[in-house]
Design a protein around this ligand. Sequence first.
Ligand code: BEZ
Ligand code: FE
Length: 287
Amino acid sequence: MDLTSESTTAAVIESFAETADPRLREILQELVPHLHDFVRKVRLTLPEWEAAIEFLTAVGQRCDANRQEFILLSDVLGISMLVETINGQEAGTESTVLGPFHVVESPQRENGDTIDLLGGNEPCVITGRVLGIDGAPLPGGTVDVWQCSADGFYDVQQPDVQPLGNGRGLFHTDAEGRFHFRTVVPSHYPIPTDGPVGQLLLATGRHPFRPAHIHFIADAPGHRSLTTHIFVAGSPYLDSDAVFAVKQSLVAEFAEVDDAEQARRYGVSSPFRAASVDIVLEADRVG
Ligand code: BEZ
Ligand code: FE
């Protein structure tokens, strides 16, 4: 019997019935009807199907050891953030996307060190604590930090301007779960637009910018690893992040502090900017 545009869907679902891995079977059998419904709903034409294949091929061809255009596509479609959100912590600090710039190992640094190897901008002090959901400090943890410069570039984007490791540091929490470091306030910046994802944004009239933020990966013994950011309150694009990753709970004030005594304590000039962050981790899930 000939398959119709409706019965094809059931046939393709059935074709996966013998998939040995039950999770793979579930994913494929759920995916197929969504894809088929989409094709029927928009009445996809052959030239449009070809354009889609060409686009996805270009996305694949733009991937290499340092560039992952498929993740960028997932980011601008809001899928990366959706996956983060449904798999995130229930009680702890909210998570956000990893992004493409965690590409080099962060240099080990001591609490109080600076991650600003360029100088020349208003200093900023970040103080933080890593805590369990009961509020107990988590000593022996690590906080991996990376951010762009005050001009909106990561070190790896400007190898001739910034030393590798600028804006990066791996810190350890002290006996009270605390960490702190010196830096500069990062700028908002555009995601990479020199590939097919950039073309997609252009064709759809979307801007490529992310609001200013600092990335963190926090770990502590016996606890779930957390990938998150803090966003600079008042930054442009907080309401229209190109990758849909802003959570209100992660927006932090970077207040100006004009206090010589505090400046001396942190080893910065006055006035300086300061933000604080509590990172709350859930205990490891057993089983
Ligand atoms: C980032 O914040 O580094 C980032 C995240 C997603 C896409 C591009 C950049
Ligand atoms: Fe970033």
